[in-house]
Design a protein around this ligand. Structure first.
Ligand code: NAG
Length: 357
């Protein structure tokens, strides 16, 4: 039997070699003809085709999303075949994929932080689209939809992207203090994730200009410049993303670019006449059944909820900032943005609090 399979594959190879482009695979359809005494075996080339959308799917944190994936046989089969579906997520900084969900027939199982919030849509025959509920920032990325029929399999990729905002981050102990691992953790502490190159690029197109190099999710270090100038790669260089390329994840230290998406709940400003110290600000938010806001939450509120407030307030990391959507005199530079006072040693500011709805 094994030998036979070898012969079949050889035959198919010669049949396929003339095709200019081949998207799919052929498997052997074996029929036994019992009519004339001995077994005759016919081979029909039947192609399994898996279709996924070519464009990225854009949505936001907290949404439910369907990553579409459909398969069919060409030519069509009279009888359904037993297949296995496997969804996995490609990892940016490693070669091993992350398991998301496997399904055989009506049974399915999802893995890790996908368990309990994913299932297959199965609206029609051949529909093996993946539904993910309550999207998290970490869910962004490329997903592989794999259809396995016996020993053969065919797959397609769906790119899931989140709408959001990229912000540069420097910790309280100063410039260029984070290795890659610390950079990732630092973003997570701000209710954000380390930004991807695509996210940084999109923000650059929208006007982000920052003259300090920061880590990205792929382990490279880059920075976005919209207005060329001497200390930021030189006046003669065209605007763009300046790259230091891949850096050593343990040994090299930079700032980081973080990414945040839509925020459930709200960020608001609290004050008292003489202002708060950082500790008083935390307490004031708690007394209001809220918590002091994180940097990623302030950016998300500025970007998505158009929070505009010309009053400096404490955030959880000990920095003092304020969000401006409509630039005006005495509220910082002429562009919209989140203004940053750094990490003041003394009090006298308001507080930005975050409350879940
Ligand atoms: C997502 O789906 C769940 C369950 O069907 C539903 O309760 C929730 O409101 C949906 N969320 C959004 C943002 O549509």
């Amino acid at each position: 039997m094994l030998l036979l399979v070898g012969v079949i594959l050889l035959q198919m190879d010669s049949r396929l070699s003339g095709l200019p482009y081949y998207n799919g695979f052929y498997y052997d359809h074996v029929m036994n003809d019992k009519g004339n005494g001995h077994e005759e075996i016919h081979f029909n080339g039947i192609k399994l085709v898996v279709e996924t959308p070519g464009d990225p799917v854009f949505t936001y944190r907290g949404a439910n999303v369907t990553l579409s994936c459909e398969y069919h046989y060409d030519p069509q089969l009279d009888q359904p075949r037993k297949i296995r579906i496997k969804w996995s997520k490609l990892r940016e900084d490693s070669t091993k994929d992350q398991d998301v969900l496997v399904a055989v027939g009506l049974k399915h199982r999802s893995f890790g932080d996908f368990s309990g919030r994913t299932h297959l849509q199965q609206d029609s025959p051949g529909d093996v689209s993946l539904v993910i509920h309550d999207l998290r920032l970490q869910d962004r990325g490329k997903y592989r939809c794999e259809v396995i029929d016996g020993l053969e399999d065919e797959s397609g990729i769906v790119d899931l992207e989140l709408q959001g905002v990229v912000f540069p981050y420097q910790p309280h102990h100063g410039r260029y203090m984070l290795n890659f691992h610390e950079a990732k953790k630092t973003c997570e502490e701000q209710d954000a994730v380390i930004a991807s190159f695509e996210q940084l690029f999109k923000s650059w197109e929208e006007g982000l200009d920052w003259c300090n190099a920061g880590w990205l999710a792929d382990g490279t270090v880059q920075y976005p410049i919209t207005l060329s100038r001497e200390p930021c790669g030189g006046r003669g260089m065209a605007p763009g993303i300046r790259s230091y390329g891949e850096r050593h994840k343990n040994l090299h230290h930079y700032d980081v670019f973080c990414f945040s998406s839509y925020l459930k709940g709200m960020v608001y400003y609290l004050s008292q006449p003489q202002g708060f110290t950082l500790e008083e600000a935390k307490q004031a938010c708690q007394d209001d059944k809220a918590e002091i806001a994180k940097v990623g939450q302030l950016y998300a509120a500025w970007h998505f909820h158009k929070l505009d407030r010309c009053d400096a307030g404490w955030l959880a990391d000990g920095s003092v900032r304020y969000p401006i959507v409509f630039p005006r005199p005495k509220c910082g530079p002429p562009e919209p943005g989140v203004r940053n006072f750094g990490f003041p040693k003394h009090g006298g500011f308001g507080a930005y609090c975050y409350k879940m709805n």
